[in-house]
Design a protein around this ligand. Structure first.
Ligand SMILES: [Zn+2]
Length: 241
C-alpha cells in the first residue's frame, strides 16, 4: 500500500470532486434531450421528403398529361378548321361534302370530350398543387425545427466541451503534487468507473455508501495516519478525518 500524509490524502477528495464534475458533464452530453429529438426529427424528415417527392411526381405527371391533351385538342381544332374551310369553298362532290360535314360533327364531339378531360385534369392539378404545397410546408417546418434542435445541441456541446477543458486543467493541477504511487492507485480505481476516493464518515464509505463492519472500521481508524486505506466493499481510497 502506498503511503501519504493526511493532507496529501485529502487532495484525493478534490480529485474525486473534479472527476465527479467530469462525469456529470459527460452524462449531460450523452443524455441531452435534443439528441432524441434530432434522431426522431431526422426520421420524420425522411418521411416528409418522400411525401414531397411523391407530390412533385404527381404534379409532373399531370403536367405531362396536360401538355399531351393540349396538343391533341390543337390537332383536332386544326383539322376541324381545315374541314370547315374546304366545306365553305364548296369544292368536291356532294358525297365528299357530306363526309366532310360528318367529320366536322364528329371532330366537334371529340373536341368537347377532350375539353371536358382538360377541365378534369385542371381540377386534379389544383388538388395536386395543394398537396405539394402542404407537403412542402410540413417539410420546411420540420427542417426548421430540426435545425433549431441541432443548434441547441451544438450550443450545449460547446458549453460542455469548454467545461470539460476547464476540468481537465483543474484535474492536472490537483493531481500534480500527488505521489506517483498514490495517483496510480487512484487512477486504477477510477478506471473502473467507480468513485475512486471518498471520506469515511462514521462507519460509512462515502463512495459506495455502505456501512462497514465495526471491526474493519476500528482497524481503519487505528491504522497509521499516513497509510492509504481502501474500502473493503468498493475499493475506493478511504480518507479518514
Ligand atoms: Zn466503499
Amino acid at each position: 500500500m502506498p503511503k501519504a500524509d493526511p493532507f496529501t490524502q485529502r487532495r484525493l477528495l478534490d480529485l474525486a470532486a473534479v472527476d465527479r464534475s467530469v462525469g456529470t458533464a459527460r452524462h449531460r452530453r450523452t443524455t441531452l434531450p435534443e439528441l432524441a429529438e434530432i434522431a426522431a426529427g431526422e426520421q420524420a424528415l425522411a418521411g416528409l421528403r418522400n411525401a414531397v417527392i411523391t407530390a412533385e411526381t404527381e404534379v409532373g405527371d399531370l403536367d405531362r398529361d396536360g401538355r399531351k391533351l393540349d396538343a391533341e385538342i390543337e390537332t383536332v381544332r386544326a383539322r376541324a378548321d381545315r374541314d370547315a374551310a374546304r366545306l365553305s369553298s364548296g369544292a368536291g362532290s356532294p358525297k365528299e361534302l357530306e363526309n366532310l360535314q360528318h367529320e366536322i360533327t364528329s371532330l366537334a364531339r371529340r373536341q368537347g370530350v377532350l375539353e371536358d378531360d382538360a377541365l378534369e385534369l385542371m381540377e386534379r392539378r389544383e388538388t395536386a398543387d395543394e398537396v405539394l404545397a402542404g407537403a412542402t410546408r410540413e417539410f420546411d417546418a420540420a427542417t426548421a425545427s430540426l435545425d433549431a434542435a441541432r443548434a441547441r445541441r451544438d450550443a450545449v456541446f460547446a458549453e460542455v466541451d469548454a467545461e470539460l477543458e476547464t476540468l481537465a486543467a483543474q484535474r492536472s493541477e490537483v493531481a500534480a503534487p500527488l505521489p506517483a504511487d498514490v495517483l496510480a492507485l487512484y487512477e486504477k480505481v477510477h478506471a473502473t468507473g467507480r468513485t475512486a476516493a471518498a471520506e469515511l464518515t462514521g462507519d460509512t464509505c462515502g463512495a459506495c455508501k455502505l456501512g462497514l463492519d465495526r471491526v474493519e472500521v476500528g482497524r481503519l481508524r487505528s491504522a497509521p495516519a499516513d497509510e492509504v486505506a481502501r474500502c473493503p466493499e468498493c475499493g475506493a481510497i478511504l480518507i479518514r478525518a
